[in-house]
Write a protein that binds this ligand. Structure first.
Ligand code: HEC
Length: 147
């Protein structure tokens, strides 16, 4: 095989490595900017609680009804305009919601609902359950990560 062909192959291989490295780095930085702060089991509990206490006004797909959507463009716009954190959204919903009975749920129920809202919006589940206190003080950015 001509030497020039070898050179071309080496260049192609180097380019492939560069692409793979960039993809790997991008994956890592995305994961580190969205830490896993709830468990899948917690989000499952939260889904039922949301359905019973919140969906009548916010929609069963969080799409909004009487109350604003908690996903999609509404959430993305709110996030951009207010630099929204998980703690901001949680503080509001745990103290003001349900609109007709504010702060009427148990603390761990609010945390589970938050877990569900995070899951619905594309946040990763992990090993550690979200507590009420951690949710209140969370500085993790709150938006919709779904594409
Ligand atoms: C009776 C209707 C109703 C119920 C039930 C209800 N909400 Fe709401 N919710 C609203 C309305 C209306 C607003 C807008 C209030 C405002 O802007 O002051 C709102 C706002 C919110 C917001 C702020 C969203 C934003 O875009 O500003 C969150 C988060 C939220 N609700 C979560 C919940 C959760 C979680 C539950 C269940 C525990 C719940 N709500 C139950 C009517 C309701």
């Amino acid at each position: 095989m001509p030497v020039s062909d070898l050179g071309r192959r080496a260049t192609a291989a180097a380019a492939l490595v560069a692409v793979l490295t960039a993809a790997g780095l991008a994956g890592r930085s995305l994961a580190s900017s969205t830490p896993a702060i709830y468990t899948a089991a917690q989000a499952g509990t939260g889904a039922k609680l949301f359905s019973a206490n919140c969906a009548s006004c916010h929609g069963d797909q969080l799409q909004g009804n009487v109350g604003p959507a908690l996903t999609g463009p509404n959430l993305v716009t709110l996030a951009k305009n207010t630099k929204l954190k998980v703690g901001d959204l949680f503080g509001f919903m745990a103290l003001q919601m349900p609109l007709n009975a504010p702060a009427s749920l148990k603390k761990d129920q609010y945390a589970a609902i938050m877990a569900y809202i995070l899951k619905f919006n594309g946040y990763p589940a992990g090993q550690k359950a979200l507590t009420y206190a951690a949710a209140m003080s969370s500085t993790v950015s709150m938006t919709s990560l779904k594409k």
